[in-house]
Design a protein around this ligand. Structure first.
Ligand code: GTP
Ligand code: MG
Length: 427
């Protein structure tokens, strides 16, 4: 079966810094036949030259010079591989907190996620701590619409392949993931060693106590969600290129609706319009783009200056909503003090990042008890908030277009809150 016939899934690899995402992913690509022996040998030689032999698999993904020298992932890496059932595009996200922005971009394109957690002594604990990225990434994935998740309990070699460590991590994560709204009964926990290859595509003899699927088998339990093709077109722009001979090429992932050549589209919030000339996916021209497709398209009549990351493309007849203000259900997760009216953090919605003011705290609910017009919100509080963007941005009602009706709030280098849009007042 060729890759074209298999259903396609975008898979993001997330987790705390150094928990072994790139190594596990590189090894997975290798056992699935996407990377050759020769390449791995080449990476091994190069890695050894700078005293980082253990990074040979990570280097399949970490291509930037700085990434290799520092041994951290900075940018997103895309790769393809196949299992029995699916054709996957895998996105290796950086774990370092400085690069969460890149992680959010990757997650907003994903259908499913593998959360990598190191079982190494102290490593699991660091990841799950208040300043770690294990919980932050899981929560962001959920907020950004990635409901399907597998937990890879990694570096089991460092835990002497002990079942007790696996169970400890599993039960702690079950508690957290349930809190974030995941359906915990559906989540598989696979004990692996990314570096040795245990339980990636073959059952490991090192862990006879584990009776569940290998990582590759677990990946095949993901399902392809029904595509929201009946909704209006919404395509958040990731990036814009200017390509000689083709012209201006915005790229992004179709969230809802269908885009075809010759369509008349509008870029919001600017209101600039254009006609679509051609659409490309994976370097091939396609006749229509549907939800989940990561595409680039050329459009007539606009230059690179007319659009930017964060814009949302729709059809001229059903333009994306530019919000004057909106009411959101906001959940405060991790704020160092309290949130009061006037607070103006950055809201991440789709690919847009805009400072938005908490204009009015309408109501808060703590343990089922409602308080009207509270003075402030603290961690753990859920509240209804009237929010006003400081510049034009696209926001949709969650009930209309969930993909653009939820957002993450980041401030001081971390995710402080997440929200769902109840009602938008259009501009
Ligand atoms: P960032 O992208 O920077 O967040 O890191 P990462 O999660 O991609 O981790 P990476 O794959 O770069 O590995 C980090 C370190 O852990 C490296 O020294 C690896 O060699 C080591 N490592 C990764 N996987 C394993 C494993 O299964 N067992 C052991 N013992 N070490 C591992
Ligand atoms: Mg990495």
């Amino acid at each position: 079966m060729s890759s074209k016939e298999r259903p396609h899934l975008n898979l993001i690899i997330i987790g705390h810094v150094d928990h072994g995402k790139s190594t596990m992913t590189g090894h997975l690509l290798y056992v699935c036949g996407s990377v050759s022996d020769r390449d791995i040998q080449k990476f091994e030689k190069e890695a050894e030259l700078i005293g980082r032999g253990s990074f040979k698999f990570a280097w399949v993904l970490d291509k930037l010079k700085e990434e290799r020298e520092r041994g951290v992932t900075i940018d997103l890496a895309f790769y393809k591989f196949q299992t029995k059932k699916y054709y996957f595009t895998i996105i290796d996200a950086p774990g370092h907190r400085d690069f969460v922005k890149n992680m959010i971009t990757g997650t907003s394109q994903a259908d499913a996620a593998v959360l990598v957690i190191s079982a190494g002594t102290g490593e699991f604990e660091a990841g799950i701590s208040a300043i770690g990225q294990t919980r932050e990434h899981a929560l962001l994935a959920k907020t950004l619409g990635v409901d399907q998740i597998i937990v890879a309990v990694n570096k089991m070699d460092l835990a002497e392949y002990k079942q007790e460590r696996y169970e400890e991590i599993k039960s702690e994560m079950e508690r957290n993931l349930k809190l974030f709204g995941f359906d915990t009964n559906k989540i598989l926990y696979v004990p692996v060693s990314g570096i040795k290859g245990d339980n990636l595509n073959e059952k490991a003899e090192t862990m006879p106590w584990y009776k569940g699927p290998t990582l590759v088998e677990a990946l095949d339990t993901f399902v392809v969600a029904a595509k929201p093709i009946d909704k209006p077109l919404r395509l958040p722009i990731q990036d814009v290129y200017s390509i000689t001979g083709i012209g201006t090429v915005p790229v992004g992932r179709v969230e809802t609706g269908v885009l075809k050549p010759k369509d008349e589209v509008i870029f919001q919030p600017t209101g600039k319009t254009a006609a679509v000339m051609s659409i490309e996916m994976h370097h091939e021209e396609i006749s229509e783009a549907i939800p989940g497709d990561n595409i680039g398209f050329s459009c007539k009549g606009l230059s690179k200056q007319d659009m930017r990351r964060g814009d949302v493309v729709g059809h001229k007849t059903k333009p994306p909503t530019v919000a004057k203000d909106f009411i959101a259900q906001v959940q405060v997760i991790r704020h160092p003090s309290v949130v009061a009216a006037g607070y103006t953090p950055v809201v991440h919605c789709g690919t847009a990042q805009v400072a938005v003011r908490f204009a009015e705290l309408i109501m808060k609910v703590v343990k089922g008890e409602k308080t009207d017009k509270p003075d402030f919100l603290k961690n753990g509080d859920a509240a209804e908030v009237l929010m006003i963007p400081t510049r034009d941005m696209v926001i949709e009602q969650f009930s209309d277009i969930p993909q653009l009706g939820r957002f993450a709030i980041r401030d001081m280098g971390q995710t402080v809150a997440v929200g769902i849009v109840k009602k938008v007042t259009p501009k």
